[in-house]
Design a protein around this ligand. Structure first.
Ligand code: HPA
Length: 272
């Protein structure tokens, strides 16, 4: 199984897949439950980031178990969705954005598989934090499907679970952020450490705090996500279609040579 979809807020069901079965994967970090099925001729894993009923808040998601589990299943390409607020006047609610950069404002999350000792210490390059080649698959998919998809976007990841203050949003804008959400970091970071290609597609669900007269609610975020789910599904389905599973990219050797036991999740190579 080489391809996985990580579903963010509002994307809980593996609707894309046929012959769906549940996979429970035990990792050194805990257990990850996901769905596996077929799309076209391809085996695809589907992992709802917040749990099937949105029961896990962003700061308590077991990102390491999730990514390790995907690695153990053989996944090499991850397409991840997220709901975001927009700081950028050109990225309006309802629009889709292919992420290319992030700013990390998380506070309490494990960000690495490599905690010294036998696992070693690595320092991985994140000049292109989201895989540019997999992002290209999303962009081509959008073109074929006739969907508007912004080519780039800088995702500001906050700790949550609260929404931001208007002062924070002004600061993030000054720093070059386009979108704000609570989950892309450390997911994208751990995917690179596990030597998987990772692309993020964000759906703008609201203007960020303080940019309109109204207050933010989780209900409005979910409602906007639901209203746009079909477009997102079409984009993902076409992107899955376009992924060449034989492709090898720099992400697939991101830590090679740096860590004594090799990348995480490859059974037999590492103990914990
Ligand atoms: N802030 C943080 N996370 C979000 C937002 C937001 O405005 N909208 C959707 N997820």
């Amino acid at each position: 199984m080489e391809i996985a979809v990580i579903g963010g807020t509002g994307v809980y069901d593996p609707e894309l897949l046929a012959e769906v079965r549940e996979e429970v994967v035990v990792t050194p970090y805990g257990t990850a439950t996901l769905a596996a099925g077929r799309y076209g001729g391809k085996e695809v894993a589907f992992l709802p980031r917040h749990g099937a009923g949105h029961t896990v808040p962003p700061h308590l998601i077991n990102y390491r178990a999730n990514l390790w589990a995907l690695k153990m299943l053989g996944v090499r390409f991850v397409l991840a969705t997220s709901a975001v607020g927009s700081l950028n006047p050109k990225m309006a609610p309802g629009e889709l954005v292919a992420l290319d950069q992030f700013l990390d404002f998380t506070k309490s999350r494990a960000q690495t598989f490599y905690e010294g000792g036998p696992a070693g210490v690595v320092h991985v390059d994140y000049t292109d934090p989201y895989c540019p080649e997999l992002r290209e698959s999303l962009l081509r998919a959008a073109e074929i499907e006739g969907l508007k998809l912004h080519r780039r976007g800088c995702y500001v990841c906050t700790e949550g679970p609260r929404y931001e203050t208007p002062a924070e949003i002004r600061a993030f804008r000054t720093l070059g952020g386009d979108l704000v959400g609570m989950t892309s970091v450390p997911e994208v970071v751990l995917a690179r450490e596990a030597e998987m290609c990772y692309a993020g597609v964000a759906l703008v669900t609201n203007w960020a705090a303080g940019l309109t007269g109204s207050k933010l609610t989780h209900q409005e975020v979910v409602a906007l996500m639901e209203a746009n789910l079909n477009r997102l599904r079409r984009l993902l389905a076409r992107a899955i279609d376009l992924i060449d599973e034989e492709r090898v990219c720099a992400c697939h050797t991101a830590v090679r040579g740096q860590a004594p036991l090799g990348p995480p999740g490859e059974e037999g190579k590492r103990e914990s």
